[in-house]
Design a protein around this ligand. Structure first.
Ligand code: FEO
Length: 398
């Protein structure tokens, strides 16, 4: 399969309809994904990125249907990660001397992954590669999201090849942003940002401002996953600036796990209290043992505040809660409030543990949380609702 993107640019990648887990088991891909590779056939021919290893042979066979591989003058590797470089070994078996343009750090990634000494040509920001009447301009984008990442911009066609940036894990036969369901598209975009790019938000803002400073006209953004932005491509750039700036909606998310329903009952009473205090805020509850982790992180990303609940077990917290707390530490959320709650029988350490981990993760934690013994009776249900009312307000939690 291949199709024309614009003029002499063709998509030659792979749509992965079956993908349900990415980065090992780390990222859920409910709607599949795609590995986008682009062939630019000007006076000189350049191939931008490849696909993941399981599709390497099919990718090269498909590419052969489109072009004699010996006609490829240059390969551009915008990022070394396996999902974009996995087909390089198979491709380079056919054209071993073809130069690979990439950043210095990408050479390290590719050599580290494949142990091959290919014909690497390293580039830095501002370097160009002439394809004849048009040229590729390279812009390093370190930590978006690997140290080796870079963008490539094709003059004349005004197309930015952005690799992972502005992408999403979303399989669609339509492949262009104006042809797909907008709610689905943006749900996958924000999930991608929340789960992958949140820790790098300061760099996202800096890099976008740098690229905007070049005043390059922009007709399309060709990402390495999901759809191509051809209708108002600036809209996803604006969204990134918004998401990178300590994004929050008027939402409070309550996440918890429970052993015998007591912590769940607490969560529901706390939610009722928040609702009593503020009938405009969106309140969402997620049992962490029953909800996809990446979807929960997306809800937290959208939230101005969160509450995290766990009963105490063996002087600690339940494993799904521990896992989320560990993940949130790395995500470095900013300007969000948080509090802990949970039920216990005797020792009750979970509240302190959660509170400490939330503080370590950069949340503003305005109180000691709420721990209650055993199943909440009517008096303790009322305490939960009061806790929710207080949390919804601006005052410190009691
Ligand atoms: Fe899609 Fe960072 O690889």
């Amino acid at each position: 399969m291949s199709f024309q993107v614009k003029n002499n640019i063709h998509w030659v990648g792979k749509i992965d309809w079956e993908l349900r887990k990415f980065h090992g088991d780390e990222y859920s891909t409910h709607k599949g994904s795609s590995y986008n590779s682009y062939l630019i056939r000007e006076e000189k021919v350049a191939l931008i990125d490849t696909v993941w290893k399981p599709f390497a042979k099919a990718y090269v066979e498909n590419l052969k249907q489109t072009i004699d591989l010996n006609e490829i003058d240059y390969i551009v590797a915008c990022h070394g990660e396996n999902d974009h470089s996995g087909a390089l070994p198979e491709l380079m078996r056919h054209i071993p001397d073809t130069p690979i343009y990439c950043t210095k750090k990408c050479v390290k990634s590719l050599q580290g992954l494949y142990h091959e000494d290919w014909n690497f040509k390293t580039v830095v920001t501002g370097d160009t590669l002439s394809l004849g009447s048009k040229e590729l301009v390279f812009v390093e984008a370190p930590m978006l999201h690997w140290p080796d990442s870079m963008f490539a911009y094709l003059t004349g066609d005004e197309v930015l090849f952005s690799n992972d940036a502005f992408g999403q894990h979303y399989a669609s036969e339509f492949m262009f942003n104006d042809r797909v369901d907008q709610a689905e598209l943006f749900a996958e975009c924000i999930k991608y940002y929340a789960n992958i790019l949140t820790p790098f938000s300061p760099l996202v803002i800096r890099k976008i401002k740098e690229v905007l400073g070049f005043n390059l006209p922009l007709d399309m953004i060709c990402t390495s996953h999901g759809i191509i932005w051809r209708d108002n491509p600036a809209q996803i750039v604006e969204k990134y600036l918004e998401w990178a700036d300590s994004y929050q909606e008027n939402q409070i998310t309550i996440v918890y796990d429970t052993m015998w329903e007591s912590t769940r009952l607490m969560a529901e009473e706390v939610a009722a209290g928040i609702r009593e205090a503020d009938d405009e805020v969106t309140v969402k509850l997620h049992n962490l043992s029953k909800t996809d982790k990446n979807d929960v992180i997306t809800e937290i990303f959208r939230s101005k505040a969160i509450l995290v609940g766990s009963p105490t077990i063996n002087n600690g917290v339940l494993v799904h809660v521990a896992g989320l707390l560990e993940e949130m530490k790395g995500l470095k959320f900013k300007k969000k409030r948080a509090a802990a709650f949970g039920s216990y029988g005797w020792s009750g350490e979970s509240i302190k543990i959660i509170t400490r981990r939330l503080e370590e993760s950069g949340f503003e934690v305005p109180g000691d949380g709420l721990g209650l013994t055993w199943a909440p009776d009517e008096e303790n249900k009322a305490r939960c609702r009061q806790f929710g009312r207080d949390f919804a307000g601006k005052n410190a939690i009691r």
